[in-house]
Design a protein. Structure first.
Length: 760
């Protein structure tokens, strides 16, 4: 199937022809019908969750063709995914007939490709230009950075790619990048590297995905007559998921709609959750300013969820100030109140959810109708381990199971080679990871040595070092690797597996590789690695743990339809389930502390929109839970319930927590004064309001904190007091780079890596 979907030649009925079939209007509610029939001028359709927006879009396409003097190829319909475009194609063809083959319908990128191939020569390209994938993009950036003498360990190419992608999302060519935007990467050299990258792409007649829209904006600027051609052609423009548009997409739409102004954007400002990848919620918020006289139609009748679920979601999102405002309602029953549960720790939370799932299953509920939506991917491990123990089948949507993730498999390969030196597949995976200057040629040499001496690759590496079969840097790198494995094997039976993996992560440079990575995905990788350390704490030996992982992978090898869905909240948008579990509603985790630190109030509102999306995925039952203690980044932390818990309307909530009274400071549905509340709370929790106030103050302070403020990267110095998750409190007595020698108050002197301690 092509990226651009053509849906037909369907001429408006002429006089004397049968009246058009308008049955697609049947069953539309009043607001939906208004959105379909408002054909002329700019229209913004605020479509709440579960309000039937796709039906409105399809019906509107048919209504335009039936009621206006417009040909199909004079309509432009844009959506975000090929899947959504394919669905729109199929459903539209079902209404307007098989001959409809000319509506210009597709994703933003596919529309960009179509335009660029038609007019590439106007901006110095040939029409057969190549579109680079991510690997090719990174390879080209590495070449440029090497030529320019950029330290790629300190400034990884992936980080530069992320910076450039962000600029392209904003519609910025190299010469348009200004001010602080240009100063964050490689001491202000990113702008020059961006310019070199664009020059190299042009020389190779190539584009990356960001160019597909950036070059169209350039084309329209340099060739007004070309812009005028498409402004005249597209008499009607329809846009789906408008709240997810970035600046470049927004600029393109504004340009194309200037002549006829018949633009209809459908979206939900309350579901704008992709700011981290360039989406600008402001695009939808300022629609009426961009298109004076625009009609705004709100779709508020929900066909998915019960009244209690909608009430909880609406009450929460009402706390956002940056929204256009709407209130979802249903004509269905009230259903069950949203269940709120506070638990002792993350493991207990996973066990409670598993018990609820088993109870629901016993009552006839199918596993495929249930989902667990987490804020951060590392949270899935507790559930995966619990489900495997209980035999509950599950699938991870939009991602891999914990032990299948790239970074986890990499470290498992290290552990496999430590445990069993003749594991060639594992050795091949990590012999040059992170990069050590041992490429494919070095591997082939080791294979040759192994074949001739009948040795495994790991043993061949030892032989090659002794025989000095390599020269210069490759020999030094291989010697370091061999010595590391010898040292790790010597420690394998002397220290717990969790301590061993900490050492491997640091001494191999693998954790440092992800610490230096500046891409948005890097933080999640680091979280998962620290979660892996926690996983090893339950095992007495490395062999025992690796055997467990093998059994886990085998148990997961036979998927069925009867599975609980496990995914992040971001991956859940657009999906729906009868039963939804929302764990981890705690300050620092949700809302996520890093997001708050980096983007302040704007990030808080996006986090709240993410909570709204989570609740509105549920059709019949919704469970929200939080834990008093949780392992975050490998450290035990006492957790405060999320501020979002306090913001839930109490009459829609059934609080099952033993500590419900003092988790939120609410009694009888009204908030008490702080003095009265503290008097009623148990003594060991009487400071929770002060802690919450301190957390809020920290959020405000961090929101206004200048970029670069604070300590150096580690903040650790000899004499600093620190905390380690296993050994407790201590002071640093010696420091050698990332290696710390610490005198612990109860455990004596230990050597640990700085990544696994925190300031006390």
């Amino acid at each position: 199937m092509n990226d651009i979907f053509d849906i037909g030649s369907f001429l408006s009925p002429s006089e004397g022809t049968p009246a058009p079939d308008l049955s697609y209007l049947d069953g539309l509610n009043e607001a939906q019908r208004a959105a379909v029939e408002a054909l002329d001028g700019p229209v913004l359709v605020l479509a709440g969750a579960g309000t039937g927006k796709t039906r409105v879009l399809i019906s509107r396409l048919a209504h335009i063709l039936n009621n206006r003097d417009v040909r199909p190829w004079e309509i432009l319909a844009v959506t975000f995914t090929n899947k959504a475009a394919a669905e729109m194609q199929e459903r539209t063809a079902g209404i307007i007939g098989p001959k409809a083959a000319e509506i210009r319908l597709g994703t933003f990128h596919s529309i960009g490709v179509w335009l660029l191939r038609r007019h590439a020569d106007l901006i110095g390209f040939s029409s057969n230009f190549t579109i680079l994938d991510t690997d090719d993009q990174l390879r080209l950036l590495k070449q440029i950075m090497t030529e320019e003498g950029i330290d790629q360990k300190k400034w990884p190419p992936r980080g530069l790619a992320a910076v450039i992608d962000r600029w392209k999302d904003k519609g910025l060519r190299p010469e348009q990048v200004q001010g602080s935007d240009a100063n964050g990467f490689a001491h202000g050299r990113a702008k020059a590297l961006y310019a070199l990258y664009q020059e190299r792409l042009k020389a190779q007649n190539a584009c990356d995905f960001g160019d597909l829209l950036l070059h169209i904006l350039t084309l329209f600027q340099k060739s007004p007559e070309t812009l005028a051609l498409y402004q005249a052609r597209f008499k009607y423009i329809l846009v789906d998921e408008y709240q997810d548009t970035n600046v470049a997409q927004y600029l393109l739409l504004r340009l194309l709609a200037q002549k006829h102004r018949n633009i209809c954007c459908v979206g939900d400002d309350d579901q704008s959750i992709y700011g981290w990848r360039g989406a600008e919620v402001g695009n939808i918020l300022k629609f009426e300013d961009d298109f004076p006289g625009a009609k705004v139609i709100r779709l508020e009748r929900n066909y998915r969820s019960t009244s209690h679920i909608l009430g909880a979601a609406s009450g929460l999102i009402a706390k956002n100030e940056g929204r256009l405002g709407k209130t979802l309602f249903t004509e269905g029953n009230d259903g069950e109140q949203v269940t709120l549960k506070g638990l002792w720790d993350g493991n207990q939370e996973a066990s409670w959810i598993a018990e609820e799932i088993e109870a629901l299953q016993r009552n006839g509920r199918s596993l495929k109708d249930m989902a667990i939506l987490v804020r951060a991917s590392f949270q899935t491990r507790d559930f995966e381990e619990c489900f495997l123990t209980l035999g509950i089948k599950y699938r991870v949507i939009g991602g891999l199971r914990f032990y299948e993730r790239r970074e986890i498999r990499d470290v498992l390969a290290y552990l496999r080679v430590i445990n069993q030196p003749d594991d060639d597949l594992a050795f091949e995976r990590i012999y040059n990871l992170p990069k050590r200057g041992l490429g494919a040629k070095a591997l082939e040499t080791l294979r040759k040595i192994g074949r001739e001496a009948q040795l495994s690759l790991s043993r061949a590496a030892e032989f090659a070092v002794e025989a000095e079969a390599f020269k210069g840097k490759p020999l030094a790198a291989l010697r370091d690797l061999v010595e590391n494995f010898e040292n790790w094997r010597a420690q394998k039976d002397l220290i717990p597996p969790a301590e061993l993996i900490e050492t491997v992560l640091e001494e191999s440079g693998y954790f440092e590789m992800w610490r230096q990575d500046k891409t948005p995905e890097a933080e999640g990788k680091r979280e998962n690695l620290k979660e892996l350390i926690i996983a090893l704490e339950g095992y007495d030996s490395l062999g025992q743990f690796l055997e467990h992982v093998s059994l886990v992978m085998e148990n997961n090898a036979n998927p069925t339809d009867e599975m609980v869905s496990l995914m992040t909240l971001h991956a859940a948008k657009g999906l729906e389930y009868d039963v939804v579990f929302l764990p981890g509603w705690e300050e620092g985790l949700f809302p996520h502390q890093r997001a708050l630190d980096e983007n302040g109030v704007a990030a808080l509102e996006e986090e709240r929109r993410l909570a709204y999306v989570g609740i509105t995925r549920a059709k019949e039952r919704c469970y929200i839970s939080h834990a008093s203690n949780r392992r975050i980044h490998g450290q035990w932390q006492s957790s405060l319930p999320s501020r979002f818990v306090d913001e839930l309307p109490r009459h829609h909530i059934a609080d099952l927590s033993d500590t419900a009274l003092y988790h939120s400071g609410v009694r009888g549905g009204t908030r008490e004064t702080e003095v009265d509340w503290k008097l009623s709370a148990p003594s060991h929790l009487s400071s929770i309001l002060e802690k919450r106030a301190a957390a809020n103050k920290s959020f405000v302070d961090n929101s206004t904190k200048p970029v670069g403020a604070g300590t150096d990267e580690s903040g650790f110095a000899v004499g600093s007091r620190i905390f380690h998750q296993k050994f407790g409190y201590g002071r640093i007595v010696r420091k050698d780079g990332p290696k710390l020698e610490i005198a612990f108050e109860k455990a004596g002197i230990k050597k640990v890596m700085e990544n696994f301690v925190q300031a006390a």
